[in-house]
Design a protein around this ligand. Structure first.
Ligand code: OXD
Ligand code: MN
Length: 614
């Protein structure tokens, strides 16, 4: 198929306009076939950009440029007509100014390269919740990743109409006068990178980066930033949430979504192996959930993605066996280390490597006799990734592609909070749950900042969507309140919980890492309590901060004695800690949103304060 064969006139005209601007040597309309995948892989291998892995069938290792290893939030823009529409937490640029700058960069940017036209679907094909887009890119790596992360190719065309989301991407490195990449990852310097969302036009323009969410435009740009705008317009929710399916020993099922900031173990929670007998966790999604009301008045969620773009370091048989299995074949690895026998390795994989390793920068070095490396000397980049098909995950739920989605019973929020926030508490109602979402954050640690004065402060990441919300965050809070008000029966809304796996007591030498809760598979103990709460069981006490487990309500069978001892401490209301929390929210967090802050949230904050002072 060629551009001339594109039936939708709007799509065809847009592609032609982009071809005229970017001037690629040729244009290929992607069919999404395995033959096409293998042809593009060969181009990458021949160009020295990808290494086939002898130990993992149909899998390849890529190394990116050291300047292009992660999302670049400071180069990510919400180009709404007014700064107020983008809100206080987004980088704003006037759309006309940004377009002029980017058109200058796009002019002739695909010289010496191929433009690929990728029709793709976010969500199960034909699902009433799914949405469609077309990504134009000059990166073979992007096509390969989009093939895994989305439903892409020929099969998508019949669903594409004038509502498609146009997504233009270029690595920003034209090859003039026969120049070649010569095995070097193509990208533009940081100050020329632009990850741009135009919310009023539902348009995405990305330039200068080939990595992850900057370049696979279906993910953060479409499924979160633009989808959050569409969701507000159309009355649904586009969220940075995992979706899991929880089955109790009686075979009863509930679905749970959860929003956690980066580095809180979202993928691990989505693929958890319960330590309590008879319980089962299966995965519907690990990163994004789109939720819409069904005819029965319940909220139904789909995972708009078809793969996992997971952080490799720290993934081991102990932390997430299911993710390792998902990435055991047909997987793209980026910035992992390469072993002598043709496998990948990373810090925290659970075993030391043998012999020599090629590190993520391409240097060959002796492996260390442990699976850790000093900071800055890692063999795998800390943000090294695997791109694996979701269907390969051993615990993928049988209904993960259900077109109507799965009915959600509970929504979890959480962050890394070494103090104050208990293991679990439940909101009194929907708006109180929106309050809990609005205060999500992680404590800044010495490991995450070079600025010692920041350590111990809370970096708020409301709903864990701070870098991914396409409009004013205050209006986003209001939208959540509006969704609650739109429910035809409030009793059918999901129950909302705040969990914290990360309470610490550094003075207790018995606790591994100082953590007061084991986390991982033992989080199933908290999921059990949540499951029963959704059934209205009398397993709770009413406290100033919300509903909490009553004594004995968290299953501790088989839990190490030292965790049994710390449990009462992490199930207590830390009244003084919460008073400080209220002060921080009132003085440092909520004022940012000005008149966009819903009055309902201030009322809940006042009420919380009053309860704490009683
Ligand atoms: C991700 C992120 O990569 O949230 O999913 O940063
Ligand atoms: Mn994410």
């Amino acid at each position: 198929m060629t551009v001339n064969d594109i039936k939708n006139a709007k799509v065809k005209a847009w592609v032609e306009e982009c071809v005229k601007m970017c001037e690629p040597d040729q244009v290929v309309v992607c069919d999404g076939s395995t033959a096409e995948y293998d042809r593009l892989v060969k181009i990458c291998v021949d160009a020295g950009l990808a290494t086939p892995l002898a130990k993992k069938p149909h899998s390849y290792l890529f190394r990116s440029d050291p300047s292009d290893v992660a999302r670049v939030e400071k180069r990510t823009f919400i180009a709404a007509k007014t700064q107020e529409a983008a809100g206080p937490t987004n980088n704003w640029i006037d759309p006309a100014e940004l377009k002029a700058t980017m058109k200058g960069l796009y002019k002739g940017c695909m010289h010496g390269r191929t433009m690929y036209v990728i029709p793709f679907c976010m969500g199960p094909l034909g699902s009433p919740i799914a949405k469609y887009g077309i990504e134009l890119t000059d990166s073979e790596y992007v096509v390969l990743n989009m093939d895994i992360m989305t439903r892409a190719g020929e099969k998508v065309w019949k669903y594409i109409d004038d509502n498609f989301i146009p997504c233009l991407h270029s690595v920003g490195k034209p090859l003039n006068n026969g120049e070649k990449d010569n095995g070097v990852w193509a990208c533009a310097p940081v100050e020329q990178k632009y990850i741009s969302q135009f919310p009023e036009e539902h348009l995405i323009w990305s330039y200068g980066s080939g990595y992850g969410g900057n370049a696979l435009l279906g993910k953060k740009c479409f499924a979160l930033r633009i989808a959050s705008v569409l969701a507000r317009e159309e009355g649904w929710l586009a969220e940075h949430m995992l979706i899991l399916k929880l089955t109790n020993p009686q075979g009863e099922v509930k679905y749970v979504t959860g929003a956690f900031p980066s580095a809180c173990g979202k993928t691990n929670l989505a693929m958890l192996i319960p330590t309590i007998p008879g319980w089962k966790v299966e995965t519907v999604g690990d990163d994004i959930a789109w939720m819409k009301f069904g005819k029965d008045g319940r909220l139904y969620a789909i995972n708009p993605e078809a793969g996992f773009f997971g952080v490799a370091p720290g993934t081991s048989a102990q932390s997430n066996k299911n993710a390792l299995e998902a990435a055991s074949k047909n997987t793209i690895f980026t910035n992992c280390a390469l072993t002598e026998d043709g496998d990948v390795w990373w810090e925290g994989i659970g075993y030391p490597a043998k012999g020599k390793l090629v590190d993520w920068k391409g240097n060959t070095r002796d492996a260390l006799p442990k699976d850790k490396s000093p900071k800055g000397e890692e063999f795998a980049h800390p943000n090294a990734r695997f791109t694996a098909p979701a269907k390969q995950c051993p615990c993928i739920a049988s209904d993960w592609e259900s077109p109507e989605g799965v009915p959600i019973s509970a929504i979890l929020f959480g962050g890394r909070r070494p103090s104050t926030i208990p293991l679990v508490h439940q909101s009194r109602d929907w708006n109180h749950g929106v309050f809990l979402g609005s205060i999500v954050g992680s404590e800044i640690t010495a490991a995450s900042t070079i600025d010692a004065s920041q350590v111990g402060k809370i970096r708020r990441d409301p709903f864990a969507i701070l870098p991914f919300c396409g409009y004013n965050m205050g209006d986003y809070f209001q939208h959540w309140i509006d969704v609650g008000n739109a429910a035809k029966d409030k009793d059918l809304l999901p129950k909302i919980f705040y969990v914290n796996w990360f309470r610490k007591d550094d003075n207790n030498a018995e606790l591994p890492g100082g953590f007061m809760w084991p986390g991982y598979g033992d989080n199933s103990r908290v999921l059990e309590w949540i499951f029963d709460r959704c059934d209205g069981k009398d397993n709770f006490i009413d406290t100033p901060i919300g509903y909490m487990p009553k004594e004995g309500a968290i299953n501790t069978d088989g839990l190490a004695d030292y965790y049994k001892k710390t449990l009462p401490e992490i199930l207590k209301v830390d009244v003084e800690g919460w008073k400080k929390e209220v002060k921080d929210i009132r003085e440092n967090h909520y004022p940012k949103f000005g008149k966009h802050l819903p009055k309902e949230l201030t009322a809940i904050l006042d009420e919380l304060e009053a309860r704490l002072n009683k």
